[in-house]
Design a protein around this ligand. Structure first.
Ligand code: 5GP
Ligand code: MN
Length: 358
């Protein structure tokens, strides 16, 4: 293992106890054909973690494929090596072959196979061992050979970095993998504005920057890369669709397929919009209700602040889950009944939402 000492103390806290590290290394050593996957609706953390983990396993001589359940946003399509990704919903037959032949399936950035949607069945059927590397609360215990779960961490990319570092793989980490890991951490923390209080995160960023990544350029590629249609859609939704619920420190908006058509919507165009209402002073909850473009479901996104935590609401009312302050779920069509369910949820959490902001 590479020793990077700082006045005698290791620079980064080790993520795994020695016995677990051995288990992980054994699991990797015994595997030859590996599939790496992440949750449906992959985000920057999902894509970045998978690609960096892939690079490492390839260097270890494995035959590795990243297979994602469906496509990821266009603003991530510059990410190094992203063209090697196979999409299950588009290349199902080939993806199923890789999955059935694999002896190890690495499940990154999700904590239960249900989050793979249609791809979950193929993964269930495969005889491969499964390794979970994730930062969501309450991982499902079922069906995993090994679970590396760290809900206290900013992103799965942070976990992957720490694993690589502890396994002595930092020196060989490429600039491309460093860019992918940085992107993952940046995307899951709103550019290090939430879930990012651990001082070691900034040591990791420094170590990634020593690989010559251009963090300013990465920010620009992800966040300042809008189409004019997207810009107009955000303005119009906030002006016309946003409902600020009186006395509840809560706001919500809807986005229908017909509106998406008007704005030439492409995947990822609404990502981040749900955070906007939280810029209003004392706002506790922001909810987006968006008609899915592929399935007949309304996707719910919840974000919370000021002491209110939205995960329980996502679990109880929206068939979902997530993190304390960023959760999601889904409801059946139509939009009107989804709004009715949201109103029930707002009523059930009335006391917490109405309470004074401390
Ligand atoms: P987003 O609003 O960005 O789609 O999702 C925010 C977070 O909510 C995700 O990181 C994930 O943890 C969680 N989440 C979103 N959709 C679902 C879902 O359908 N089920 C579960 N369990 N969690 C979800
Ligand atoms: Mn994540």
């Amino acid at each position: 293992m590479t020793e990077r000492k700082n006045n005698g103390a290791p620079l980064l806290t080790e993520i795994l106890p020695a016995t677990e590290l051995m288990r992980l290394m054994m699991l990797i050593r015994e595997s030859h054909r590996v599939v790496i996957t992440a949750h449906y609706g992959p985000d920057g953390d999902a894509v970045g973690s998978c690609l960096a983990w892939q690079e490492y396993l390839q260097r270890m001589g494995k035959d590795v494929h990243v297979v994602l359940p469906n496509d990821y946003p266009d603003f991530l399509k510059w990410m190094p090596m992203n063209r090697s990704i196979l999409l299950y919903n588009e290349s199902t037959v080939q993806a199923q072959q890789f999955i059935s032949k694999a002896d190890l399936i690495c499940c990154l950035d999700f904590n239960e196979l249900g989050r793979l949607q249609q791809m979950g069945e193929a993964v269930q059927k495969s005889k491969a061992k499964r390794l979970m590397i994730d930062h969501h609360e309450n991982p499902s215990e079922d069906g995993f050979e090994m679970i590396i779960s760290h809900p206290e961490m900013s992103a799965t990319a942070e976990i992957v970095f720490r694993l690589l570092y502890q396994m002595g793989a930092y020196d060989d980490l490429s600039r491309s993998a460093a860019a992918n890991l940085y992107t993952g951490m940046m995307c899951d923390t709103g550019s290090f504005t939430y879930n990012s209080r651990d001082p070691e995160i900034y040591l990791i960023i420094s170590l990634l920057m020593q690989k010559n990544i251009d963090k300013d350029e990465i920010y620009k590629k992800v966040y300042h890369n809008w189409s004019q249609h997207k810009f107009e859609m955000w303005n119009d939704i906030l002006r016309r669709n946003l409902v600020i619920v009186p006395n509840r420190h809560a706001a919500y908006y809807t986005l229908t397929r017909s509106q998406m058509k008007d704005y030439h919507y492409i995947r990822g165009d609404a990502e981040g919009l749900v955070n906007e209402p939280l810029k209003i002073r004392n706002m506790k909850l922001s909810v987006a209700l968006r008609e899915d473009t592929e399935e007949d479901v309304v996707r719910i996104s919840l974000r919370s602040a000021n002491g209110f935590h939205c995960r329980e609401m996502a679990e109880r009312f929206f068939n979902g889950g997530g993190h304390d302050d960023a959760a999601g779920g889904k409801l059946p069509f139509p939009m009107e009944s989804a709004i009715a369910t949201l109103n029930e949820a707002l009523e059930a959490f009335k006391d917490e939402l109405e309470g004074k902001v401390g």
